[in-house]
Design a protein around this ligand. Structure first.
Ligand SMILES: *Cc1c(COP(=O)(O)O)cnc(C)c1O
Length: 368
Protein backbone atom coordinates (compact mmCIF):
# COMPACT_ATOMS: atom_id res chain seq x y z
CA UNK A 1 0.00 0.00 0.00
CA UNK A 2 1.31 3.46 -0.87
CA UNK A 3 0.54 6.43 1.38
CA UNK A 4 0.95 9.96 0.01
CA UNK A 5 2.27 12.82 2.18
CA UNK A 6 -0.99 14.64 1.49
CA UNK A 7 -4.10 13.77 -0.52
CA UNK A 8 -6.37 16.76 -1.13
CA UNK A 9 -8.75 14.79 -3.35
CA UNK A 10 -10.26 13.10 -0.27
CA UNK A 11 -11.32 16.40 1.25
CA UNK A 12 -12.86 17.42 -2.06
CA UNK A 13 -14.71 14.11 -2.42
CA UNK A 14 -16.15 14.65 1.04
CA UNK A 15 -17.22 18.26 0.44
CA UNK A 16 -17.86 18.09 -3.30
CA UNK A 17 -21.54 19.08 -3.31
CA UNK A 18 -21.07 22.14 -1.11
CA UNK A 19 -17.83 23.21 -2.75
CA UNK A 20 -19.20 22.94 -6.27
CA UNK A 21 -22.28 24.90 -5.28
CA UNK A 22 -20.22 27.61 -3.57
CA UNK A 23 -17.92 28.06 -6.57
CA UNK A 24 -20.78 28.06 -9.09
CA UNK A 25 -22.58 30.63 -6.99
CA UNK A 26 -19.64 33.02 -7.37
CA UNK A 27 -19.58 32.40 -11.13
CA UNK A 28 -23.28 33.27 -11.08
CA UNK A 29 -23.10 36.50 -9.11
CA UNK A 30 -19.89 37.61 -10.81
CA UNK A 31 -18.39 39.64 -7.95
CA UNK A 32 -15.05 37.87 -8.30
CA UNK A 33 -12.70 40.05 -6.26
CA UNK A 34 -13.41 41.00 -2.62
CA UNK A 35 -17.01 39.81 -2.93
CA UNK A 36 -19.42 39.01 -0.07
CA UNK A 37 -17.68 35.65 0.58
CA UNK A 38 -14.46 37.51 1.38
CA UNK A 39 -16.20 39.75 3.91
CA UNK A 40 -17.83 36.75 5.58
CA UNK A 41 -14.53 34.84 5.69
CA UNK A 42 -12.78 37.86 7.23
CA UNK A 43 -15.41 37.89 9.96
CA UNK A 44 -15.02 34.18 10.67
CA UNK A 45 -11.21 34.18 10.65
CA UNK A 46 -11.07 37.19 12.98
CA UNK A 47 -13.33 35.32 15.36
CA UNK A 48 -11.34 32.07 15.14
CA UNK A 49 -8.08 33.95 15.67
CA UNK A 50 -9.34 36.00 18.59
CA UNK A 51 -8.44 39.20 16.72
CA UNK A 52 -10.67 42.24 16.22
CA UNK A 53 -10.20 42.38 12.45
CA UNK A 54 -9.01 40.42 9.43
CA UNK A 55 -8.27 41.42 5.86
CA UNK A 56 -8.07 38.92 3.00
CA UNK A 57 -5.11 39.22 0.63
CA UNK A 58 -3.76 37.29 -2.36
CA UNK A 59 -1.42 34.88 -0.50
CA UNK A 60 0.34 34.16 2.77
CA UNK A 61 3.45 35.76 1.32
CA UNK A 62 1.50 38.94 0.60
CA UNK A 63 0.05 38.83 4.11
CA UNK A 64 3.64 39.09 5.42
CA UNK A 65 4.59 41.73 2.86
CA UNK A 66 1.61 43.97 3.63
CA UNK A 67 1.93 43.49 7.39
CA UNK A 68 5.63 44.44 7.26
CA UNK A 69 4.81 47.47 5.11
CA UNK A 70 1.95 48.47 7.43
CA UNK A 71 4.33 48.11 10.39
CA UNK A 72 6.51 50.76 8.75
CA UNK A 73 9.38 48.46 7.73
CA UNK A 74 11.40 50.07 4.95
CA UNK A 75 14.85 50.18 3.33
CA UNK A 76 17.63 50.26 5.89
CA UNK A 77 15.58 48.69 8.69
CA UNK A 78 16.26 45.31 10.25
CA UNK A 79 13.73 42.61 11.08
CA UNK A 80 14.62 39.72 13.38
CA UNK A 81 13.29 36.29 12.51
CA UNK A 82 14.04 32.59 12.74
CA UNK A 83 16.70 30.92 10.60
CA UNK A 84 14.37 27.95 10.00
CA UNK A 85 11.18 28.56 8.03
CA UNK A 86 9.61 28.69 4.60
CA UNK A 87 11.39 31.22 2.37
CA UNK A 88 8.55 33.77 2.38
CA UNK A 89 9.29 34.69 6.01
CA UNK A 90 12.69 36.09 5.06
CA UNK A 91 12.08 36.98 1.41
CA UNK A 92 9.34 39.50 2.20
CA UNK A 93 11.67 41.40 4.56
CA UNK A 94 14.26 41.76 1.80
CA UNK A 95 11.59 42.63 -0.77
CA UNK A 96 10.88 45.82 1.18
CA UNK A 97 14.56 46.73 1.14
CA UNK A 98 15.02 45.82 4.80
CA UNK A 99 17.56 43.33 6.15
CA UNK A 100 16.45 40.04 7.65
CA UNK A 101 18.38 39.21 10.83
CA UNK A 102 18.36 35.49 11.53
CA UNK A 103 18.56 33.90 14.96
CA UNK A 104 18.77 30.29 16.06
CA UNK A 105 15.84 28.08 17.12
CA UNK A 106 14.76 26.10 20.17
CA UNK A 107 15.81 22.48 19.90
CA UNK A 108 12.47 21.08 21.08
CA UNK A 109 9.97 23.22 19.14
CA UNK A 110 12.00 24.22 16.04
CA UNK A 111 10.65 27.74 16.68
CA UNK A 112 12.66 30.94 17.16
CA UNK A 113 14.59 30.88 20.44
CA UNK A 114 13.51 33.96 22.42
CA UNK A 115 16.84 33.84 24.29
CA UNK A 116 18.67 34.68 21.05
CA UNK A 117 16.59 37.72 20.14
CA UNK A 118 17.92 40.49 22.38
CA UNK A 119 21.53 40.04 21.26
CA UNK A 120 20.39 40.61 17.66
CA UNK A 121 18.66 43.94 18.35
CA UNK A 122 20.34 47.09 16.99
CA UNK A 123 19.08 50.64 16.60
CA UNK A 124 17.89 49.66 13.11
CA UNK A 125 15.62 46.86 14.37
CA UNK A 126 11.97 47.55 13.60
CA UNK A 127 10.15 44.26 14.08
CA UNK A 128 10.29 40.60 15.04
CA UNK A 129 8.64 37.81 13.03
CA UNK A 130 8.12 34.66 15.09
CA UNK A 131 6.97 31.73 12.93
CA UNK A 132 4.58 29.16 14.39
CA UNK A 133 6.33 26.31 12.64
CA UNK A 134 4.57 23.03 11.82
CA UNK A 135 1.44 24.25 13.65
CA UNK A 136 2.87 24.97 17.11
CA UNK A 137 2.85 28.57 18.33
CA UNK A 138 6.27 30.06 19.18
CA UNK A 139 6.98 31.07 22.79
CA UNK A 140 5.18 34.42 22.51
CA UNK A 141 5.35 35.81 26.06
CA UNK A 142 9.10 36.49 26.15
CA UNK A 143 8.98 37.69 22.53
CA UNK A 144 6.20 40.19 23.28
CA UNK A 145 8.07 41.34 26.38
CA UNK A 146 11.28 41.99 24.42
CA UNK A 147 9.28 43.78 21.71
CA UNK A 148 7.62 46.03 24.26
CA UNK A 149 10.90 46.84 25.98
CA UNK A 150 12.57 47.82 22.67
CA UNK A 151 9.49 49.30 21.00
CA UNK A 152 9.39 46.75 18.17
CA UNK A 153 6.44 45.48 16.15
CA UNK A 154 5.59 41.79 16.26
CA UNK A 155 4.29 40.06 13.13
CA UNK A 156 3.19 36.48 13.70
CA UNK A 157 3.87 34.21 10.73
CA UNK A 158 0.90 31.95 11.46
CA UNK A 159 0.77 30.46 7.94
CA UNK A 160 1.00 26.92 9.36
CA UNK A 161 -0.96 27.53 12.55
CA UNK A 162 -4.56 28.53 11.91
CA UNK A 163 -6.54 27.74 15.08
CA UNK A 164 -3.42 26.81 17.10
CA UNK A 165 -3.23 28.12 20.66
CA UNK A 166 -0.59 29.43 23.08
CA UNK A 167 -1.59 29.54 26.77
CA UNK A 168 -5.21 29.72 25.63
CA UNK A 169 -4.59 32.48 23.09
CA UNK A 170 -5.12 31.80 19.38
CA UNK A 171 -2.33 32.27 16.82
CA UNK A 172 -2.74 35.66 15.21
CA UNK A 173 -4.22 37.38 18.28
CA UNK A 174 -1.01 38.29 20.11
CA UNK A 175 1.21 40.30 17.77
CA UNK A 176 0.51 43.57 15.96
CA UNK A 177 -0.36 41.47 12.93
CA UNK A 178 -1.06 37.78 12.31
CA UNK A 179 -0.38 36.40 8.84
CA UNK A 180 -2.13 33.31 7.52
CA UNK A 181 -1.85 31.36 4.27
CA UNK A 182 -4.56 29.43 2.47
CA UNK A 183 -2.08 27.65 0.21
CA UNK A 184 -3.72 24.28 -0.57
CA UNK A 185 -1.39 22.26 1.68
CA UNK A 186 -2.09 24.37 4.77
CA UNK A 187 -4.61 23.10 7.34
CA UNK A 188 -7.23 25.41 5.83
CA UNK A 189 -6.41 25.36 2.14
CA UNK A 190 -8.09 27.15 -0.76
CA UNK A 191 -8.34 26.05 -4.40
CA UNK A 192 -5.35 28.25 -5.24
CA UNK A 193 -3.45 31.06 -3.54
CA UNK A 194 -4.93 33.12 -0.73
CA UNK A 195 -4.02 34.67 2.60
CA UNK A 196 -5.33 36.85 5.40
CA UNK A 197 -3.96 39.30 7.98
CA UNK A 198 -5.41 39.69 11.47
CA UNK A 199 -4.94 42.72 13.70
CA UNK A 200 -6.43 44.20 16.86
CA UNK A 201 -6.47 47.90 16.06
CA UNK A 202 -8.84 49.80 13.80
CA UNK A 203 -5.93 51.93 12.63
CA UNK A 204 -3.93 48.91 11.37
CA UNK A 205 -7.07 47.45 9.84
CA UNK A 206 -7.90 50.63 7.90
CA UNK A 207 -4.34 50.81 6.62
CA UNK A 208 -4.46 47.17 5.40
CA UNK A 209 -7.79 47.87 3.70
CA UNK A 210 -6.29 50.51 1.46
CA UNK A 211 -2.86 48.86 1.13
CA UNK A 212 -4.28 45.79 -0.59
CA UNK A 213 -5.99 48.01 -3.15
CA UNK A 214 -3.16 50.27 -4.40
CA UNK A 215 -3.46 52.58 -1.40
CA UNK A 216 -6.59 54.18 -2.83
CA UNK A 217 -9.01 56.00 -0.53
CA UNK A 218 -11.42 56.93 -1.98
CA UNK A 219 -11.11 55.21 -5.35
CA UNK A 220 -8.59 56.94 -7.68
CA UNK A 221 -7.12 59.04 -4.85
CA UNK A 222 -3.82 57.62 -3.62
CA UNK A 223 -2.33 58.96 -0.41
CA UNK A 224 0.14 56.08 -0.34
CA UNK A 225 1.48 53.58 -2.87
CA UNK A 226 0.03 50.20 -2.06
CA UNK A 227 -0.24 46.78 -3.63
CA UNK A 228 -2.65 44.79 -5.74
CA UNK A 229 -3.29 41.98 -3.28
CA UNK A 230 -6.91 41.00 -3.01
CA UNK A 231 -8.53 37.71 -2.08
CA UNK A 232 -10.64 36.12 -4.81
CA UNK A 233 -14.29 35.43 -3.94
CA UNK A 234 -14.05 31.87 -5.30
CA UNK A 235 -11.23 31.13 -2.84
CA UNK A 236 -13.20 32.61 0.05
CA UNK A 237 -16.27 30.60 -0.99
CA UNK A 238 -14.24 27.36 -0.88
CA UNK A 239 -12.74 28.29 2.49
CA UNK A 240 -16.18 29.07 3.96
CA UNK A 241 -17.29 25.53 3.07
CA UNK A 242 -14.25 24.15 4.91
CA UNK A 243 -14.39 26.42 7.97
CA UNK A 244 -16.98 24.39 9.95
CA UNK A 245 -14.73 21.31 9.61
CA UNK A 246 -11.42 22.87 10.62
CA UNK A 247 -11.58 22.13 14.36
CA UNK A 248 -12.49 18.49 13.72
CA UNK A 249 -9.65 18.17 11.19
CA UNK A 250 -7.14 19.64 13.64
CA UNK A 251 -8.32 17.19 16.31
CA UNK A 252 -7.88 14.33 13.86
CA UNK A 253 -4.31 15.46 13.16
CA UNK A 254 -3.65 15.50 16.92
CA UNK A 255 -5.07 11.97 17.18
CA UNK A 256 -2.74 10.79 14.42
CA UNK A 257 0.18 12.52 16.14
CA UNK A 258 -0.51 10.68 19.40
CA UNK A 259 -0.57 7.34 17.60
CA UNK A 260 2.80 8.14 15.99
CA UNK A 261 4.20 9.37 19.34
CA UNK A 262 3.29 6.06 20.99
CA UNK A 263 4.47 3.91 18.11
CA UNK A 264 7.88 5.63 17.98
CA UNK A 265 8.32 6.14 21.73
CA UNK A 266 10.68 3.18 22.13
CA UNK A 267 12.53 3.63 18.86
CA UNK A 268 15.78 5.33 19.83
CA UNK A 269 16.59 6.29 16.23
CA UNK A 270 13.46 8.46 15.94
CA UNK A 271 13.03 11.79 17.74
CA UNK A 272 9.33 12.61 17.82
CA UNK A 273 8.07 16.23 17.81
CA UNK A 274 7.56 17.75 21.25
CA UNK A 275 4.52 19.64 22.43
CA UNK A 276 5.79 22.51 24.53
CA UNK A 277 4.24 23.33 27.93
CA UNK A 278 3.11 26.71 26.62
CA UNK A 279 1.37 25.17 23.62
CA UNK A 280 -2.16 24.00 24.27
CA UNK A 281 -3.28 23.34 20.73
CA UNK A 282 -0.58 22.16 18.31
CA UNK A 283 -2.39 21.65 15.01
CA UNK A 284 0.32 19.59 13.25
CA UNK A 285 0.42 21.16 9.82
CA UNK A 286 3.35 18.75 9.70
CA UNK A 287 4.33 15.79 11.88
CA UNK A 288 8.08 16.17 11.82
CA UNK A 289 10.44 13.56 13.20
CA UNK A 290 14.22 13.79 13.38
CA UNK A 291 16.47 10.93 12.27
CA UNK A 292 20.18 10.49 11.67
CA UNK A 293 21.29 9.22 8.28
CA UNK A 294 18.22 10.86 6.79
CA UNK A 295 19.16 10.24 3.15
CA UNK A 296 18.99 6.50 3.70
CA UNK A 297 15.66 6.79 5.52
CA UNK A 298 14.18 8.91 2.71
CA UNK A 299 15.36 6.39 0.11
CA UNK A 300 13.79 3.49 2.00
CA UNK A 301 10.50 5.34 2.43
CA UNK A 302 10.44 6.16 -1.26
CA UNK A 303 10.99 2.51 -2.03
CA UNK A 304 8.10 1.61 0.29
CA UNK A 305 5.95 4.25 -1.49
CA UNK A 306 5.48 6.31 1.68
CA UNK A 307 5.28 10.07 1.14
CA UNK A 308 7.71 12.24 3.11
CA UNK A 309 9.38 15.60 2.68
CA UNK A 310 12.02 17.77 4.30
CA UNK A 311 10.85 21.08 5.77
CA UNK A 312 13.38 22.69 5.54
CA UNK A 313 16.69 21.39 4.20
CA UNK A 314 18.40 24.79 3.75
CA UNK A 315 18.55 27.29 6.66
CA UNK A 316 18.18 30.94 5.65
CA UNK A 317 21.74 31.81 6.68
CA UNK A 318 23.10 29.39 4.07
CA UNK A 319 20.87 30.54 1.18
CA UNK A 320 22.82 31.89 -1.77
CA UNK A 321 20.64 35.01 -1.95
CA UNK A 322 21.61 35.90 1.64
CA UNK A 323 25.34 35.18 1.23
CA UNK A 324 26.18 38.88 1.44
CA UNK A 325 24.71 39.06 4.95
CA UNK A 326 27.86 37.25 6.08
CA UNK A 327 26.46 34.76 8.57
CA UNK A 328 28.62 32.04 10.10
CA UNK A 329 27.43 28.45 10.46
CA UNK A 330 28.55 28.27 14.12
CA UNK A 331 25.91 30.83 15.10
CA UNK A 332 23.14 28.43 14.09
CA UNK A 333 24.03 25.12 15.68
CA UNK A 334 20.45 24.12 16.48
CA UNK A 335 19.06 25.10 13.08
CA UNK A 336 21.86 23.27 11.27
CA UNK A 337 21.16 20.11 13.22
CA UNK A 338 17.43 20.38 12.48
CA UNK A 339 17.98 21.03 8.77
CA UNK A 340 20.12 17.89 8.58
CA UNK A 341 17.74 15.58 10.43
CA UNK A 342 14.06 16.60 10.09
CA UNK A 343 11.61 14.58 8.06
CA UNK A 344 7.85 15.14 7.78
CA UNK A 345 5.54 12.16 7.32
CA UNK A 346 1.81 11.90 6.45
CA UNK A 347 -0.55 13.48 9.04
CA UNK A 348 -3.55 14.64 7.00
CA UNK A 349 -6.91 14.13 8.74
CA UNK A 350 -8.31 11.74 6.11
CA UNK A 351 -5.46 9.22 6.52
CA UNK A 352 -6.95 5.85 7.50
CA UNK A 353 -5.65 3.89 10.48
CA UNK A 354 -4.57 1.13 8.08
CA UNK A 355 -2.53 3.70 6.16
CA UNK A 356 -1.04 5.08 9.35
CA UNK A 357 0.02 1.60 10.48
CA UNK A 358 1.68 1.13 7.09
CA UNK A 359 3.60 4.39 7.57
CA UNK A 360 4.63 3.41 11.11
CA UNK A 361 5.93 0.04 9.97
CA UNK A 362 7.82 1.55 7.04
CA UNK A 363 9.42 4.30 9.16
CA UNK A 364 10.56 1.86 11.85
CA UNK A 365 12.01 -0.43 9.18
CA UNK A 366 13.67 2.52 7.44
CA UNK A 367 15.58 3.65 10.55
CA UNK A 368 16.54 0.10 11.60
C1 LIG B 1 3.12 28.75 3.37
C2 LIG B 1 3.93 29.69 4.18
C3 LIG B 1 4.06 31.06 3.84
C4 LIG B 1 3.60 31.62 2.53
O1 LIG B 1 2.29 31.41 2.20
P1 LIG B 1 1.85 31.40 0.65
O2 LIG B 1 0.36 31.43 0.75
O3 LIG B 1 2.38 30.15 0.04
O4 LIG B 1 2.38 32.63 0.00
C5 LIG B 1 4.75 31.88 4.71
N1 LIG B 1 5.30 31.41 5.85
C6 LIG B 1 5.22 30.10 6.19
C7 LIG B 1 5.84 29.66 7.47
C8 LIG B 1 4.54 29.20 5.37
O5 LIG B 1 4.49 27.92 5.71
Amino acid sequence: MSVPLLDLSRQYAYLKNDMDKAVLNVLDHGWFILGPEVTELEKQIAELSGASHARGVASGTDALLLALFAAGVKAGDEVITTDFSFFATAGTISRLGATPVFVDIEEDSYNIDPKCIEAAITEKTKAIIPVHLFGQVADMDPILEIAKKHNLKVIEDAAQAIGAKYKGKPAGSMGDYGCFSFYPSKNLGAGGDGGIITTNTKENFDLLTILRNHGAEPKYYHKIIGFNSRLASIQAAILLVKMPHLQKWSEKRIEHAKIYDNAFADVAAITTPKVMDYSDFHIYNQYTIAVSDRDAVVAKLREAKIGSDIYYPVPFHTQECFADLGYKAEDFAVTNKAADSVLSIPIYPEMTSEEQQTVIKAVIEAVA
